[in-house]
Write a protein that binds this ligand. Structure first.
Ligand SMILES: Cc1cc2nc3c(=O)[nH]c(=O)nc-3n(C[C@H](O)[C@H](O)[C@H](O)COP(=O)(O)OP(=O)(O)OC[C@H]3O[C@@H](n4cnc5c(N)ncnc54)[C@H](O)[C@@H]3O)c2cc1C
Length: 349
């Protein structure tokens, strides 16, 4: 970082970086920049960064570890990365405990730490990239467990009311890869801490997909064993962003009307599905993408991952716009062939 790009403001030192490179701050490794960047480590510093005169009228992007973001171009505004750390037990009763974790703790390191301490419930969410503070935003989920199953509350800076608030489960309105933070209140809150309700007695969740089979094969019996199995399954299936830039699942699994589903089933009797509440069925987006001819397809430096077409990969030096255009072509083909409109899970900037 060039010295003259760092400005110290107010009474405590906060680095505000101008034209800050984002390449190492997004898992697609897109070579973009932010007009302004700061990583405040506590609430006071956060308020001071927001109050900095240049920032008052600037667009704001709260960034975790950038593993669910697609930068189509430079961000002409302030990128703020909450830097709050810490893991603290705030309540203990019988087998249950509530643990408060700082937004900037790495998600998988936190999961590993919890299991080591004998605080159980997050094993199936092992190896999901990103920070703790972003986890509630899309209610991260994997292998039959979602964040909401172990969530207690978040603390967040409310940009509308200019105060620190605590939001409980109900207030967050969690759904499939959604919450108020990604929906109706998008851009209103900066999450500083997340609290989890965990259990000192293991309650292994093995009923999803191949988990039970692999767990039995590995002669597993403990939460530590389950974590290892989940890590092995994920590592075999998904590209490592360190090697191939990606943001995990690019699209959500769509919920389709039962009448549309029946039409698809006439032509494709083997269509996989999960019944959802109400009049809708969930179809795996990966299946729709594969049947539309996009599995393993590559255009220039962008492609779908050969063993998981739901993952779009930056093979080498692609731009965010190229990845976006590639995703648009998939969207159009799936719509044309199946009459199903896919929704992007990744946050497009
Ligand atoms: C290889 C790979 C596998 C993945 N597998 C899964 C999976 O199994 N399940 C799953 O659910 N996801 C998965 N993801 C997606 C990603 O890991 C999650 O969405 C994760 O929570 C993103 O964390 P992050 O810190 O990188 O968030 P970012 O990408 O930095 O941000 C994501 C969104 O959250 C907002 N945000 C970030 N921090 C805060 C905050 N403190 N306060 C308010 N808003 C904030 C951002 O503005 C943005 O809109 C995968 C990604 C990759 C690369």
């Amino acid at each position: 970082m060039v010295k003259d790009q760092i400005i110290a403001i107010f009474t405590i030192m906060i680095d505000i970086h101008h034209k800050h490179p984002l390449k190492d701050l997004n898992s697609f490794s897109l070579d973009t920049r932010a007009s302004s960047y700061a990583k405040p480590e506590n609430l006071q510093a956060l308020c001071e960064v927001l109050a900095y005169p240049d920032h008052k009228e600037m667009p704001l992007l709260v960034l975790g570890e950038g593993s669910n973001i697609l930068f189509r171009e430079d961000f002409d505004g302030l990128v703020l990365q909450p830097g709050m750390k810490g893991i603290e037990v705030v309540e203990e009763k019988g087998n249950e405990l509530v643990v408060k974790v700082g937004a900037s703790e790495n998600w998988d390191s936190w999961v590993a730490h919890a299991i080591e301490k004998g605080w159980y419930g997050l094993e199936n969410l092992s190896l999901i990239p990103g920070s703790v503070g972003s986890a509630p935003v899309q209610n991260i989920g994997a292998y039959g467990v979602e964040l909401k199953d172990r969530f207690e509350w978040v603390e967040a800076w409310d940009l509308h009311e200019k105060q620190l608030v605590r939001l409980d489960h109900k207030a967050c309105a969690f759904g499939y890869r959604s919450s108020i933070f990604k929906g109706e209140e998008k851009g209103r809150y900066i999450i500083t801490h997340v609290a989890f309700r965990l259990n000192s007695k293991p309650d292994l969740q093995l009923d999803y997909g191949m988990v039970k089979k692999e767990f039995t094969k590995a002669k597993g019996s403990t939460p530590q064993d389950l974590r290892k199995v989940i890590i092995a399954i994920r590592s075999a299936k998904l590209p490592d962003p360190e090697q191939y830039g990606n943001a995990g699942s690019f699209f959500k699994n769509p919920l389709v009307d039962r009448t549309i589903f029946s039409c698809i089933r006439v032509e494709y009797p083997d269509v996989p599905f999960y019944p959802d509440a109400g009049n809708q069925m969930k179809i795996p987006a990966a299946w729709l993408i594969e049947k539309s001819g996009w599995k393993g397809k590559r255009i220039g430096n962008v492609g779908t991952w050969p063993s998981q077409p739901l993952v779009l990969v930056n093979y080498d030096g692609a731009t965010g716009q190229e990845i976006y255009d590639f995703s648009q072509k998939i969207l159009e083909d799936v719509d044309r062939i199946f009459g199903v409109i896919l929704e992007r899970e990744v946050n497009v900037i």
